[in-house]
Design a protein. Structure first.
Length: 184
């Protein structure tokens, strides 16, 4: 019996020592490329297809989406033999578009944005709710323009309905906190 217990103890110790063996793994390299851009060229026009990481990413902040997904300096380098004086970049989605103008050095000159039926920012929603209680928003349009990165125009055009009544609202988002909602 004593030899049996010693045998079991020996097997247990051998098993535990084998389990403590350290296995060294080689380094694994993992790459992530958020851009899966498909490029097509037609004359002087180049088209890129970029997928959103989530629905509404582009409409949420179009200028940031442009900067994150389009490298103008790389594009200028790739097309330097074309000798362009300026560049117009258009990004489209199912509910709107952004047009960005760059100079020949790759500096952002201006942008124009137009979207329809987007999720309104909280401050716009709150002001609309407080001013037009009982009304339902049936559609909206968002227009914005900038000089460089700075927005100088940001307007929401909103259609409201309450029973048989309809009302169109124009809201200047840059003036939201100071003025109010204009309607016609």
């Amino acid at each position: 019996m004593r030899s049996f217990i010693l045998s079991i103890l020996f097997v247990a110790v051998a098993g535990f020592t084998y389990a403590q063996e350290i296995t060294e793994l080689e380094e694994a390299k993992v790459g992530f490329s958020p851009l899966d851009a498909k490029i097509t060229q037609q004359g002087d026009s180049y088209s890129f297809t970029v997928n959103e990481a989530y629905t509404g990413e582009f409409a949420e902040n179009p200028i940031a989406f442009l900067k994150a997904n389009f490298d103008i300096q790389n594009f200028i380098t790739e097309t330097e033999d074309e000798n362009f004086d300026s560049y117009e970049v258009n990004i489209r989605s199912s509910n709107g578009h952004l047009k960005a103008d760059y100079d020949k050095h790759g500096e952002l000159v201006s942008t124009f944005q137009k979207f329809k039926n987007i999720v309104l920012p909280p401050e716009v929603r709150n002001e609309l709710y407080m001013t037009y209680k009982g009304w339902n928003m049936t559609e909206n349009k968002y227009l914005a323009a900038s000089d460089g990165d700075i927005l100088n125009m940001e307007v929401y055009k909103i259609r409201l309905e309450k029973g048989n009544q309809k009302q169109n609202i124009k809201l200047d988002a840059l003036q939201t906190s100071r003025s109010g909602v204009a309607s016609n």
